[in-house]
Design a protein around this ligand. Structure first.
Ligand code: ATP
Ligand code: MG
Length: 308
């Protein structure tokens, strides 16, 4: 349903997309992971025809985004990183307005709006101006707005950034329901746990390039289930510590700014391996931490593999 092949897009000297390819089968979710500036929004904008690309090919629902923008737009819903609802209008009126713009009769528009306000648990606030909605309610309204036209494909750009845990959960449940009804979803996120929960496959973008793609378990297998981070007391210890961890069979990655070494581990008992390795070379750690895999670990590990 969504295909990008070697898509490039530059803004002046910045290569926002540097040969990006993704493929999303019908009824599945692609999670696009990446830090600020990785190119996530740019890819969404290209695929939703908001932005022309410079090179490569992209199609949505079988239509080329460059040559068949109208066909693409009529089949997609877009929920942007920056909400697009009219603050003065009530939630219901926002949805009615969109439905009317899409060609519904007043009666159909009101019915669709009511249905969505119900689905998104906004019925109680239906008549209030949307500027009085909480962040989570705004985000749900924004998603509802993208669904008025019953799109086959939806694009969600950081749908839960800034939401509290319970609002995130309800957003996830809504997305899961849409997918079970056959909707195809591309969502961008900075959170591994979100991609983990929702995405059938994950593409990691970094500086406009795909640095990894696969299922969540494939990515985790790449980064190791967990990681150990050692903070060294002095920068002078870094080379010694690095070598001893490598000799112990770990693959430490240096963060020179913070004097930390992070290495993926498969079991918590490898924490002991780290302690012993440092002890043998007489290096003192000021802090030692065992962490769950985060997006940072994915990046750190991938960067290490690329450098190797
Ligand atoms: N209209 C623009 N003009 C100039 N540069 C741009 C423009 N849009 C994006 N960029 C640049 O392209 C790169 C990718 O930006 P993009 O917005 O796609 O990143 P992102 O992954 O969505 O980041 P975030 O997590 O902050 O939303 C960045 O370096 C950004 O500064
Ligand atoms: Mg963005």
């Amino acid at each position: 349903m969504i295909e990008a092949h070697d898509v490039g897009k530059a803004f002046g000297d910045v290569k926002a997309l540097d040969g990006v390819s993704v493929a999303v089968p019908k009824g599945t979710v692609l999670g696009l992971l990446g830090h600020n500036g990785a190119g996530k929004t740019t890819l969404v904008n290209v695929l939703t025809t908001l932005l022309p690309h410079d090179s490569g090919r992209a199609s949505v629902a079988g239509f080329d985004v460059a040559t068949h923008g109208h066909e693409v737009r009529s089949r997609i819903g877009l929920t942007g990183q920056f909400a697009a609802v009219d603050e003065q209008l009530s939630g219901t009126d926002n949805l009615v307005l969109i439905a009317r713009l899409l060609g519904a009769t007043p009666r159909e528009a009101r019915a669709r709006a009511a249905e969505l306000m119900e689905l998104f648990d906004l019925a109680d606030a239906a008549k209030r101006p949307s500027r009085t909605y909480s962040g989570g309610m705004r985000r749900r309204l924004d998603l509802a707005a993208g669904l008025v036209g019953r799109p086959d494909v939806i694009f969600l750009d950081e749908p839960t950034t800034g939401l509290d845990p319970s609002s995130r959960l309800s957003m996830w449940e809504i997305v899961e329901k849409l997918v079970s009804d056959g909707t195809t979803v591309l969502l961008t996120t900075q959170y591994l746990d979100e991609a983990d929960r929702l995405a059938d496959s994950i593409t990691v973008l970094s500086a406009g390039r795909v640095v990894a793609s696969g299922t969540s378990s494939e990515l985790k297998a790449q980064v190791g289930q967990r990681s150990v981070t050692v903070t060294l007391a002095t920068a002078a210890d870094v080379p010694t510590a690095m070598r001893s961890l490598e000799q112990a069979g770990l693959q430490p990655v240096l963060d020179a700014e913070h004097n930390t070494l992070t290495a993926p581990v498969t079991a918590s008992r490898e924490l002991a391996v780290v302690v012993r390795a440092l002890d043998e070379v007489g290096v003192e750690a000021s802090e030692l931490a065992l962490g769950e895999p985060t997006l940072d670990d994915v990046y750190l590990t991938l960067a290490a593999h690329q450098a190797a």
